[in-house]
Design a binder for this molecule. Structure first.
Ligand code: NBP
Length: 466
């Protein structure tokens, strides 16, 4: 009798191939299937220890039962197609994992469909890109707990290891994909913040790109230590073989996106939770995409001559502003997850989210140690900025942050993320905001009523009468 394979993986794209190798390298036997059979042939020609299947029947028959199936296909219709083709071949108790960047609501729908047929479904957020997939990704798992128990050992084995495996069960149904979505929203916000720092240092302070790379390297050796800062230093160091110029200076300033940042902002609006730095980052990408319009507008409406020059101590101030904006990015992401945890009944363990984000994923950063401590001290922390450690850090950064925003405004260089972060910080800590006037205006034109400080209940005024 030939023993069934430990795991079956469907989808031999960039991520799927590397995950299959990662499972294999950790001692698990693997069968693979890909819609286009040639890709399977090419893959197993290089990796003969992995078992190919050319039909889904062959694939499911190759697996030990209850089966473990990992889908790594393009998010959206491809996941539904793969599940449709597979589900008739599965048995009660089998576990299906979706490792793609699926929208959490799709995962909710698929898990309820498959649970009805006795198949346990897990939405597994995978972060770390192709390198992470091979060497150790961060795995954010949501779905049926019984399903997780059947696969947790192998998922924890292939995950990055930083203070334990960077893999955790984060709640039922779409919880894992939800956390992955927010991870990507934070990623958008931090990338935008780093891009603004680069802009202020090159166009504002007129430093060379290689000088900025060195500054980023210093930052990365300190409190700003993070994967994104590290790769920013590498990117800025790279020269273009054709022109000899820094490669980044030859790259069109028009950013693309796959939508996970937008999903985060859309969901934050649905839940009524402010995520202004993430929203600003999504909007900045949309604005960058309007390259042709920007070029025309720059001809018609010239930006005023820059009046302020950046002082000598600007770089130190900017480091403070970048750190603060990064803290705000995490603060908004965790604040949003807290709202979602209640709204969708996920009961997300925030401390564990901070822990598993320390390794394998794109937003791994030194400050996650402090975030972990904050949620260990208070599992129900409303916002990172009221954690005593972060409150102290932000108080120290306040002056540098504000000076950076002021100087950027004088220089006409847009800093939507750093600016939105500061307004968020100030707004969240404002005991009083001008929403009293908003309430009064709504009551005047729409009789929407208002509440008062001195009396309980809803009030309405005939504003026109004297
Ligand atoms: P690729 O584009 O490299 O591969 C896509 C895979 O999906 C191929 O194996 C393709 O099969 C398969 N597929 C498609 Br398309 N339609 C299918 C269908 N109807 N039925 C079955 N299989 C189908 O993608 P990737 O970069 O490996 O990403 C896979 C997932 O992982 C995505 O959801 C992505 O968002 C997510 N992700 C990617 C990264 C990253 O850094 N790239 C990181 C984290 C998460 P074929 O060979 O027959 O076309």
């Amino acid at each position: 009798v030939v023993a069934g394979k430990d795991l079956g993986l469907i989808g031999l794209g960039v991520m799927g191939q590397n995950l299959a190798l990662n499972f294999h390298n950790h001692g698990y036997s693997i069968a693979v299937y890909n819609r286009t059979g040639q890709k399977t042939k090419d893959f197993v020609a290089k990796h003969s220890e992995i078992v190919p299947a050319y039909t889904l029947r062959e694939f499911v028959d190759a697996l030990s039962t209850p089966r473990r199936v990992f889908l790594m296909v393009t998010a959206g219709a491809a996941v539904d197609a793969a599940i449709d083709n597979l589900s008739g071949l599965l048995a009660h108790g089998d576990v299906v994992m979706d490792g793609g960047n699926s929208h959490f609501k799709d995962t909710e729908r698929r898990s309820s469909d498959l649970e009805k047929r006795g198949v346990r479904y897990l939405g597994v957020g995978v972060s770390g890109g192709e390198d992470g997939a091979l060497r150790g990704p961060c795995l954010m798992v949501g779905g049926a707990m019984e399903g997780y128990e059947h696969v947790s050992e192998m998922l924890r084995a292939i995950a990055a290891q930083v203070d334990g495996p960077c893999c955790e069960y984060l709640g039922p149904r779409g919880a894992g994909h939800y956390v992955k979505m927010v991870h990507n929203g934070i990623e958008y916000a931090i990338i935008q913040t780093i891009a603004e720092a680069y802009d202020l240092l090159t166009r504002g302070k007129k430093l060379s790109i290689s000088a900025v790379s060195k500054i980023f390297k210093q930052w990365n050796d300190g409190e700003l230590n993070s994967f994104l800062m590290e790769i920013a230093t590498l990117v800025l160091k790279k020269s273009d073989p054709g022109t000899g110029k820094p490669l980044v200076s030859m790259i069109l300033d028009r950013a693309k996106q796959k939508g996970t940042g937008k999903w985060t902002s859309q969901n934050a609006l649905d839940l009524g939770t402010p995520t202004p730095t993430i929203d600003a980052a999504v909007t900045a990408r949309n604005l960058s995409a309007l390259k042709n319009e920007r070029v025309k507008a720059a001809e018609v409406s010239k930006l005023p001559r820059r009046t302020s020059s950046m002082p000598n101590n600007f770089t130190g101030k900017l480091a403070g502003a970048v750190r603060a904006s990064m803290i705000m990015s995490y603060a908004q992401g965790f604040h949003l997850m807290r709202a979602a945890s209640v709204e969708y009944g996920y009961d997300i363990p925030f401390r564990e989210v901070a822990r598993i984000w320390k390794g394998g994923c794109i937003i791994r950063a030194k400050m996650l140690d402090s975030i972990y401590r904050a949620f260990r001290a208070n599992a129900d922390l409303a916002n990172l900025m009221i954690d005593p450690e972060f409150a102290g850090i932000l108080t120290k950064l306040d002056g540098k942050w504000r000076d950076t925003v002021r100087m950027a405004k004088g220089s006409t260089i847009p800093i939507p993320a750093i600016n939105a972060s500061l307004d968020y910080y100030d707004g969240y800590r404002s005991e009083r905001l001008p929403a009293n006037l908003i309430q009064a205006l709504r009551d005047l034109f729409g009789a929407h009523g208002y509440e008062r400080y001195d009396k309980a209940g809803e009030f309405h005024t005939d504003w026109a009468s004297s």
